[in-house]
Design a protein around this ligand. Structure first.
Ligand code: MIC
Ligand code: SF4
Length: 642
């Protein structure tokens, strides 16, 4: 029996377990990445582990999220990250150098290697055949220290691409089509492997748009073959030596094969407030638009920007639309400037933002009240833009520009313009001066780590014990995202290294009074619906509840990274044996979780609300049980190293 691409890479990196779906596998990690919103915590955790120097082939720290420096906090965090990484052997990508996933794709990613990053869109690197996972900061810290990264062995789904995209239909529409078919939970427990004849018609940046948005499906990761298109991209980046061909064996076995005829697709749009609420753009024709944003790790490549610039050329953004363009990297922006495309963008009336996440994470450029914002991004969760009542739609760069020009949601095919024909350059402009190398092992001892007053201690978990008696302080519904649990945005992100302060905002989107209630209760149990904790990898969505006394979360089901983050924090993620029991629990009840110790082994526990008994189930690997018994991964790692 042959192997899929993912299986080939997993086999080469397998440190423990077998490739049976459902079992836990430990993988050797070649590269790591962090960004600044999760990085400060990850490096504090790395420091707490007491390891001198990273043991990966390459680790890079990017600064791209918290670049709106309204006070000293973010600047202090940047300085901390720059100094701590220099000391411990990590490369540092300076603010302004670009969005982590875009820069990593251009300058660092390698086919056939493994990568984990403290950002859920790390699978972007799957666009050039890398097996890349989003993870919590602590998992990244452990991998930097040379430890394995553990995942539940996923099932592998193949998407078979046929034909070629028609004019004005894009890679983004391919992502949206899959979200339309599978929903935001359709990829949970799966790796999405792309194959078929249609693959060769897609450039690396287009493939990366698709693997980027595999995250929105809840997939463990997504990956493309590494072929001549990959080789050409790497050659143009001056990195052909890392090319390695990768394709699935003819007789590889998949859980499921999904077919997409590229030629049958049309421009699509995801409606507020979920990436899977997808309809054809033409069905919303005429909806008034207030804001348009082009950028984010999904659509900020040179390829995307050149298409946008070509459509904007000689045209003007509608006077009632405010439009922003944020190129994904310094390389992209410099090349736009050199070829004159930047002038076309500026002449159209669009506003140029820096090469960073920006509006995607609510770091500036929030829409007007009740505003309709069309974005080439990957997430449109409620409130994420910074404006609570804004309506955010997700689209391709082509649809974004067409709508910016007319002032209404517009299918780009109705623009009456030529579809932009863009070819990637033979040679990208290579300037790695903003990617700073770490100090040599000899110099490292003399490097001082600079800490600002906003950096507070990492909260410590405690052993789960045998019984938890706590109040049900919050009951929420289905598809709760980590943006609900621990919101981001310009107001809150500066406190990512200050958990006590951050705790004031926990669950703000759902219930502002939660932090106060949790503090008064001392210890809490939370209740959720299906796919609890989807979205971002931010471990703050576990660390802040931990700080507020949350001991267990009982839900109908969990998203992968968040469940791992809860375990790492020493919080029990437990599922209802019968999802209908969700209705029997009420906020405010005192709950008692009994038989935890035996339950970790048997996979069954009982939750009592007074006399009412509710059966819960769980399935933890031996390692996860030990982590929970130790009170979290940090305690566990310390005990292991003792
Ligand atoms: C996001 O898109 O939500 C983020 C901000 O990039 C997060 C990471 C974070 O919360 O810092 C992610 O996707 O993991
Ligand atoms: Fe940044 Fe947005 Fe990408 Fe997250 S999804 S890494 S915030 S651009």
């Amino acid at each position: 029996m042959g192997y899929t691409i993912a299986e080939k890479i997993i086999r080469e990196h397998l440190l423990s377990g077998t490739m049976e779906p459902g079992g836990e596998v430990g993988l050797r990690i070649d590269q790591t990445l962090t960004q600044d919103a999760t990085g400060t915590m990850a490096y504090l955790e790395f420091e707490a582990m007491g390891i001198d120097r990273v043991r990966t082939e390459r680790s890079v720290a990017y600064v791209d999220h918290n670049t709106l420096q309204a006070g000293f906090e973010n600047a202090d965090d940047h300085r901390y990250i720059q100094s701590v990484t220099r000391k411990h052997g990590v490369w540092f990508s300076r603010p302004g150098n670009g969005i982590c996933h875009q820069v990593h794709l251009e300058r660092v990613a390698e086919p056939g290697k493994t990568l984990i990053g403290s950002d859920s869109h790390t699978p972007t690197a799957g666009g050039l055949g890398m097996l890349a996972f989003g993870a919590g900061g602590l998992d990244v810290a452990v991998a930097m220290g040379g430890g394995a990264y553990y995942i539940t062995m996923p099932r592998i789904v193949r998407v078979e691409l046929r034909g070629a995209l028609r004019p004005f239909v894009t890679a983004k529409d391919v992502s949206l089509e899959l979200l339309r078919r599978l929903s935001v939970k359709g990829g949970v427990g799966r790796i999405i492997e792309w194959g078929g004849e249609g693959v060769k018609t897609l450039s690396v940046p287009e493939r990366a748009t698709i693997t980027n948005m595999g995250t929105e499906l809840g997939a463990t990761t997504s990956i493309f073959p590494s072929d001549e298109v990959t080789r050409a991209f790497l050659r143009a980046q001056g990195r052909e030596e890392v090319f390695r061909e990768l394709r699935a064996d003819e007789d590889a076995v998949y859980e499921q094969v999904i077919e997409i005829d590229l030629a049958a697709l049309e421009p699509l749009i995801a409606c507020p407030h979920m990436p899977d609420r997808v309809v054809p753009v033409r069905s919303l024709k005429g909806t008034k638009v207030d804001q348009v944003c082009i950028g984010s790790c999904t659509n900020s490549s040179l390829y995307d920007m050149l298409k946008a610039a070509a459509l904007l050329r000689g045209r003007r953004v509608h006077e009632s639309v405010s439009m922003s363009v944020s190129p994904g990297s310094k390389q992209v922006l410099t090349m736009l400037a050199d070829c004159g495309a930047l002038s076309d963008i500026l002449a159209s009336g669009a506003r140029l933002l820096e090469c960073a996440c920006g509006p995607c994470i609510g770091m500036g450029f929030a829409p007007n009240s009740g505003g309709v914002s069309l974005r080439t991004f990957n997430r449109n969760f409620e409130g994420r833009s910074g404006t609570r009542d804004a309506k955010v739609y997700l689209v391709s760069p082509e649809t974004a520009v067409a709508s910016a020009l007319t002032g209404f949601i517009t299918d780009p095919r109705d623009l009456g313009a030529e579809a932009p024909a863009v070819t990637l350059p033979e040679r990208f402009k290579i300037d790695d001066s903003a990617l700073l190398p770490p100090a040599s092992p000899e110099e490292a001892a003399g490097v001082e780590v600079l800490r600002g007053p906003n950096i507070k201690a990492v909260p410590q978990g405690r052993p789960v014990g045998d019984c938890i008696r706590a109040q049900l302080t919050l009951k929420v519904g289905d598809n709760i995202t980590t943006d609900h649990i621990m919101p981001a945005g310009a107001r809150i992100l500066p406190y990512r290294s200050n958990v006590p302060k951050l705790s004031d905002f926990c669950f703000e989107v759902c219930d502002k009074s939660f932090p106060e209630r949790a503090r008064a209760a001392g210890e809490s149990i939370l209740v959720g619906g299906v796919n609890y904790g989807q979205g971002s990898s931010r471990e703050h969505a576990a660390l802040v509840p931990l700080y507020l006394g949350v001991r267990a979360v009982v839900a109908k089901s969990f998203a992968r990274i968040h469940a791992a983050n809860l375990i790492n924090a020493g919080i029990l993620p437990l599922c209802f044996a019968d999802p209908a029991d969700y209705d029997r629990l009420e906020q405010g009840q005192t709950l008692e979780l009994r038989g935890i110790d035996a339950g970790l082994e048997s996979g069954e526990m009982s939750l009592f609300a007074g006399e009412t008994e509710i059966k819960l189930v769980c399935s933890f690997s031996e390692r996860q049980k030990a982590v929970l018994r130790a009170g979290g991964l940090l305690n566990y790692t310390r005990e292991e190293n003792r």
